[in-house]
Design a binder for this molecule. Structure first.
Ligand SMILES: Nc1nc2c(c(=O)[nH]1)N[C@H]1C(S)=C(S)[C@@H](COP(=O)(O)OP(=O)(O)OC[C@H]3O[C@@H](n4cnc5c(=O)[nH]c(N)nc54)[C@H](O)[C@@H]3O)O[C@H]1N2
Ligand SMILES: Nc1nc2c(c(=O)[nH]1)N[C@H]1C(S)=C(S)[C@@H](COP(=O)(O)OP(=O)(O)OC[C@H]3O[C@@H](n4cnc5c(=O)[nH]c(N)nc54)[C@H](O)[C@@H]3O)O[C@H]1N2
Ligand SMILES: [Mo]
Length: 882
């Protein structure tokens, strides 16, 4: 501890603090226009001057470290005088109008200098849907330039000219909208003046109330403060000390919230009649739901009914959804969209290492010397993790990207392996071959913690890089180099996405990736591990809470967990095997599955083979949809139950690094909508199971979850008040777990290397279908699009595009912007072509967000053998000119 005197008072601070940090710590505020805690301080504006005894001139507090015995004066008259002069100089060129919410104006007000602003009004750039640019208000503090470079890594804001002529402009040289900006909004958030400002506060006013909650979009789990005014969201900003996002957000989390207030939010319960949808009371809707299921149970039995939980709803709600399926409907037919997503990751990790979740945490990114990104378009789909990886690589870490496309991270990668879709196993096996043949494996780790070594070593011999090069479309030499980096520049951390899992060999692909970690000892350590980047805000939680046909809460196999759960529930857990989503759809088509309750999941738009899903839905006798919107699935339902958004309720989400975090109600439910958990309880009561569903709050449900989930029993709402906690966390004293498998595996001391053979996909290209289509995502739209399509994000991406290489376009005589018919063996769609140098000749890419495109009419019936996850990532197609 260092002794420092501040304004005559003696204080203690830890070593390493700057003077400004020390002042902030004890609540002394001084102007500091170029300072942002997320950035390296650089003492540019000089407003944070303080007098230090023994120094001839005042120093800038932001970049001067404290020293033992230092005596600091913050508001001495001569310092205040100098500050006032500096402020006046900065203000004099600014136009008189101001954005009162911004900190610089607060400063001027404090020093009585509002009238010092008398520059001419400048040209406003209004092109961007979320951010207004008025550089006549710029004070050249460079916070926008620095945060764009040092936090987001986008380098959109650039400094033009020097000295008096200094100007900050977007890299387009024209409008902000035309620039390389990814609309993360960090610049507007840090800008101390009205130069860059969120348009929402100009339109709707500044927030009256702030509510801390967790982002409703992806599995990264960024914490944010939601600002409301008169019951409406007017601004969202990141939580500065949030463990995951550390004061940063992406375009969806920060700006894409207008869906909450969308005019077509479905906020009334409805029943479909022969003449269309009819608004009914909650009482009628609940009675109709109870009646529909009771009837189906009576006529067809519990094997013919099921429930789909929602990866967008809370842990508490998913817990109740599976409890309802098991206790009220008496069936294990319960699933969630984890099925179509990272079920292969969970299965593979559980099978080999004993726990079906990411082994490490996002904080390991900065600890890794090498990062292996496989089949994950991280900067677009998990932007905050993407930005953290990008920053770490810009600072010198090695990056290996395995992706058919030249994704953004590939541009800065040490090595990019543009693997042919569907050939991950041969590629990983060849990397393993190099590691074994060149003796780059971790002998000590293998000796202590790995089983099956000799057997594996023999097996891997024949998987030489040369033998797979033509299958994978990657040169042998590149595979060798990637293997060497991963095995020697340690610790090496792998993160993977759907490019690995959504294949007919999904689970085994993850197993072969785990082999690489076991061989090189990249497991159970900081900066290492195997880390699936989970999809939605709570997909990890939905499955983990028990929306899984074969598992109970905590991902415990049914027979292993039965006794405990039955004791807590005071009700039996059904014995016979449940159907997963894919099996439910198949059974429905065959006429042996009759009633389904779909909570927050647009299966019709997002399941493969949309035409067959439609048939399956229409053949069911009774379908209930519970959602915020009349999505594609809802149109086919018999009863619609209006759910409120995460902004309108309490509960918890679980992110992709096993972190349970609170969500909090920022406003009351809109219209007649209700929390999913309230609706589930009401139906359970109507079906005579009230005593099992007597919950009055989300926290009460959580208290029951703690009783059945031993591994998470230490997590309480009170503890979550401060920050999220990562399971395992068995007791209230336990701090939570950042890294799994440190000393041993759940399954014992050793994990076994697995011999993974490659069975190629049946979805082959032919002369008739010569292009290999991969479907996936892009930054601005989210999955089924129900939320992002109702926000100005449509300005950035108005439709699904078919990305093809300029080569193929030339060969086919197609130009960018042209509408074509895209046909597969399974169906056809009409779609707009976009030329993309990121896509290789012979391959194509598109998203699946738009109901007016319906990409999933193209995708086929193949699934991963082990988890039944659809093979979304390979479909042979042809383009037909119109
Ligand atoms: N902006 C945005 N963010 C999202 C979502 C969204 O819709 N929009 N959805 C969320 C959800 S639910 C999920 S699951 C995640 C998914 O996030 P990601 O896992 O990143 O999802 P995808 O874009 O489907 O696929 C990732 C990459 O796999 C590559 N790929 C295809 N085939 C192969 C292959 O055989 N091998 C390899 N190595 N790569 C291949 C594709 O080129 C693509 O770049 O994103 C979440 N975040
Ligand atoms: N071709 C192709 N298809 C794919 C994929 C692919 O890569 N290619 N990826 C697959 C993957 S990984 C996934 S995860 C699925 C995603 O498919 P979905 O799960 O259908 O997509 P989401 O957009 O996440 O939205 C689900 C629904 O939840 C609703 N919702 C949001 N919050 C709440 C809430 O609090 N309560 C309730 N009740 N509802 C809410 C939304 O309005 C929306 O209708 O798509 C799959 N489909
Ligand atoms: Mo997903």
């Amino acid at each position: 501890m260092l002794q420092v005197t501040i304004n005559g008072q003696s204080r203690e601070f830890p070593d390493g603090y700057s003077i400004l940090q020390a002042l902030h710590r004890i609540g002394i505020d001084i102007p500091a226009a170029c300072f942002d805690e997320r950035l390296e301080p650089f003492g540019g504006c000089r407003l944070c001057l303080v007098a230090v005894q023994g120094m001839a001139r005042p120093v800038t507090a932001c970049n001067t470290p404290i020293a033992d015995g230092m005596s600091i004066e913050t508001h001495a008259p001569e310092i205040e005088q100098e500050r006032r002069t500096l402020l006046r100089l900065l203000a004099q060129n600014m136009p008189r109008h101001s954005v009162p919410a911004k900190e610089f104006y607060g400063c001027l007000r404090e020093y009585g200098l509002e009238s010092a602003m008398h520059g001419p009004a400048g040209a406003v750039d209004d092109s961007h849907p979320y951010i207004r640019v008025d550089m006549s208000q710029c004070i050249a503090c460079f916070r926008c330039v620095r945060i764009c470079a040092d936090v987001q890594g986008q380098f959109t804001w650039q400094v033009w000219n020097r000295g008096d002529k200094t100007e900050i402009r977007p890299d387009s040289g024209t409008t902000f909208l035309e620039s390389s900006c990814v609309s993360c909004g960090a610049c507007a958030h840090t800008c101390p003046t009205g130069a860059l400002v969120d348009k929402s506060i100009l339109t709707h006013g500044i927030p009256q109330k702030w509510t801390k909650t967790t982002c409703p979009y992806c599995g990264v789990g960024c914490e944010m403060n939601v600002g409301t005014r008169d019951g409406r969201i007017v601004q969202i900003v990141p939580v500065m000390d949030a463990p995951v996002n550390k004061g940063h957000l992406c375009v969806k989390g920060r700006y894409a919230y207008d869906y909450v207030h969308a005019e077509d939010r479905a906020t009334e319960p409805m029943i479909r009649t022969s003449t269309g949808w009819k608004v009914v009371s909650w009482k009628e809707a609940i009675a109709a739901t109870a009646h529909g299921f009771t009837q189906a149970l009576r006529e067809y039995g519990p094997g013919a009914v099921g429930v789909l939980g929602s990866a967008r709803a809370t842990n508490e709600e998913n817990y109740l959804a599976q409890k309802l399926a098991r206790v009220v409907l008496g069936t294990n037919n319960v699933d969630s969209c984890a099925r179509v997503c990272h079920a292969p990751s969970a299965a593979a990790l559980k099978m080999v290492l004993g726990t079906g979740a990411a082994t490490n945490s996002f904080d390991d990114i900065e600890q890794a010397r090498t990062i292996l990104v496989c089949g994950s378009n991280t900067t677009e789909n998990h932007p905050i993790v993407g930005a953290r990886i990008r920053q770490h690589v810009l600072r010198g870490a090695n990056l290996i990207v395995i992706d058919p496309r030249q994704i953004e991270l590939a541009e800065i990668a040490t090595i990019h392996l543009p693997v042919r879709p569907g050939t991950n196993i041969p590629l990983f096996n060849a990397m393993a071959n190099v590691i074994v043949e060149e003796r780059l494996y971790d002998q000590d780790f293998i000796r202590a913690r790995v089983a099956g070594w000799e057997d594996y070593r023999r097996f891997i011999q024949e998987w030489t890089p040369e033998s797979v090069a033509s299958i994978c479309g990657v040169e042998a030499d590149l595979i060798r180099r990637a293997a060497r980096f991963y095995a020697t520049a340690k610790p090496a951390m792998s993160v993977h996405g759907l490019g690995i899992t959504e294949h007919s060999q999904g689970t085994l692909s993850v197993v072969s990736l785990i082999n690489l970690a076991l061989l090189t000892g990249n497991i159970g350590k900081p900066g290492a591990g195997v880390n699936p980047l989970r999809g939605q805000n709570n997909v990890q939680g939905a499955a983990h809470m028990g929306c899984e046909p074969n598992h109970l809460t905590g991902f415990v196999p049914i027979d292993a967990g039965r006794e405990l759960v039955q004791t807590v529930w005071q009700a039996p857990v059904p014995k016979y095997k449940g159907l997963d989503l894919m099996q439910m759809m198949e059974a429905a088509e065959k006429g042996s599955f009759e009633a389904l309750w779909v909570i927050g999941y647009d299966i019709l738009l997002t399941n493969p083979q949309a035409d067959r899903t439609l048939e399956a839905m229409r053949s069911m006798k009774f379908v209930v949809v519970q959602d915020m919107f009349m999505n594609e699935t809802a149109r086919e339902a018999h009863v619609f139950l209006p759910a409120c958004s995460s902004m309108e309720k309490d509960g918890t989400f679980m992110n992709g690094e096993r972190r349970v975090q609170r969500i909090r109600r920022a406003m009351p439910p809109i219209g007649n909508s209700k929390s999913d958990w309230e609706i589930i309880c009401a139906v359970a009561k109507a079906m005579g199971h009230g005593r099992h569903f007597e919950f009055e709050s989300a926290e009460q449900i959580w208290e029951e979850i703690r009783k059945v989930w031993k591994v998470g029993a230490g997590i309480t709402y009170a503890r979550l008040d401060h920050a999220g906690i990562q399971w395992p966390c068995p007791t209230e004293e336990h701090p939570g777990t950042r890294i799994l498998h440190e000393g041993a595996f759940q399954t014992g001391a050793r994990a076994a290397l697995q011999r993974v053979e490659h069975v190629p996909s049946k979805e082959m290209t032919t002369d008739e279908f010569p292009l290999l289509l991969t479907t996936g995502r892009s930054l601005f739209q989210f999955n089924a699009g129900t939320m992002t399509l109702r926000t100005p994000n449509v300005v950035f991406q108005p439709t699904d595009y078919l990305d093809i290489s300029p080569d193929d376009a030339g060969r086919l005589g197609i130009v960018g912007g042209e509408m074509v018919t895209l046909r597969s063996r399974h169906g056809a769609i009409r779609i707009t072509v976009r030329l993309s140098p990121a896509v290789r000749p012979g391959e194509a890419f598109t998203t699946f967000t738009m109901p007016d495109v319906y990409t999933n009419r193209l995708t086929g019936p193949e699934v991963d053998e082990i988890t039944h996850t659809p093979e979304y990532k390979v479909t042979a197609v042809r383009i037909e000119k119109e």
